[in-house]
Structures are given as C-alpha cells and as structure tokens.
Design a protein around this ligand. Structure first.
Ligand SMILES: [Fe+2]
Length: 205
C-alpha cells in the first residue's frame, strides 16, 4: 500500500506556456521503488498537477518543447530542433504489453532511478507517461508527458520513467550521435556527468 507521504504532492511551478506538461513535487524524498510502483500510476488521481514554465525547467537544464505529433514525419519545427541541438539519430519505440519484448522487465528497469552520460530525449507521438526527475533538494518532480510533448533531460540528472494508467506510449527517441542507452542506477555520484550536472545546478541557482 502507498504510504501517506507519497500522496502528499504540492504545486511547484507557476502556469506554463506548455500547458500539457504538468509538474508537481512530493513533500519528501522517496526511498523505496517497490512500495511506490502502484503510486506511480495512481498518483495523478490523488494529486492535481500544475503546469510548468520554461524558466522553471531551464534551471535544471531540462529542455521542453511542444510539437504537432500528427505531422512528425514531415515537421519543420521538429527538424529545426534536431538541427539546432544536433539530434542526428532517431527511432520510434512503442511501450505496451503486446509490442515491447520483455515488457515487464523493461518497465521495471525504466522505473529504477538512474542517470545517463548523455542527454535523454523523448518526443511523445501517442499515449502518455511520466518522467520523474530529482530537483536540487533531491525531491521528486513528476512530469506528465502526453502526445506532442518533447523533453530533453540533461546528462547526469537522476530520473526514471513509467507509464500511466493507460499503459501505452509511442515515443520518438533522439540522440546526439550514435545512441548509448546505458542507465547508471543510483548511486552514481562518482561519474563525471553527475559532477558536471551538479556544477551546472550550482551555477544556475
Ligand atoms: Fe533514462
């Protein structure tokens, strides 16, 4: 059963120009993955997400965008972002029970708190899900991702991903250069990417 502290959420950031990306933070850090796996999907019914702002995201180096997912195959806006940010590689992944091999194992892996040595870039083409990221005070921030939302998580940020109650998402994965998907589960504070991310947070505090 979920503990009380996991359902105590509060608005974190002011209204946004990206209305479909909702962000909220829990009152305290979470220390158990297993006990919160149910909460990860039921929390939206217990907590009212609020919209986030671009400045709020930029503090942590997170780059959000809102695109027309219906025209992702020929979208000048998408191409512009890819060119500006050097997202040279892409593929499309569908996460649902019938289409993703080793579904249960993958879902569990996605929800382990981890970081990467490179940016993690996702563009939601259909369905929905949640990215949880740690803020400067090590609290979870939940980002609700729906069709048309793109997000770039910086290298070195602790995060995790889960589906919502619909259990389905189709997403474009982008990458700068050849993709490397290796997750480094927490604790991985010794890695250079983590050090650089913390230095970035200190500079932008
Ligand atoms: Fe990741």
């Amino acid at each position: 059963m979920p503990s009380n502290r996991l359902i105590l959420c509060r608005p974190l950031l002011p209204p946004s120009i990206f209305p479909s990306i909702g962000v909220f933070s829990r009152e305290s850090p979470v220390d158990s993955f297993e006990s919160e796996s149910e909460v990860a999907q039921s929390c939206p019914t217990l907590c009212k997400p609020v919209d986030c702002s671009l400045p709020g995201f930029s503090i942590r180096g997170i780059f959000p965008a809102r695109l027309d997912a219906d025209k992702y195959e020929n979208d000048p806006e998408l191409e512009k972002i890819r060119k500006e940010r050097n997202y040279s590689w892409m593929d499309i992944i569908t996460i649902c029970k019938d289409q993703l091999p080793n579904y249960e194992e993958k879902i569990k892996m996605f929800f382990e708190e981890h970081l990467h040595l490179d940016e993690e870039i996702r563009y939601i083409l259909d369905g929905s899900g949640y990215f949880d990221v740690r803020d400067q005070e090590d609290r979870w921030i939940r980002i609700s991702m729906e069709k048309g939302d793109m997000i770039t998580l910086p290298a070195g940020i602790y995060h995790r991903f889960t589906l919502d109650e619909k259990n389905y998402v189709k997403a474009m994965r982008l990458f700068v250069g050849d993709p490397v998907w290796t997750p480094y589960n927490r604790p991985s504070d010794h890695l250079e990417a983590r050090t650089q991310y913390l230095e970035f947070l200190a500079r932008t505090a």
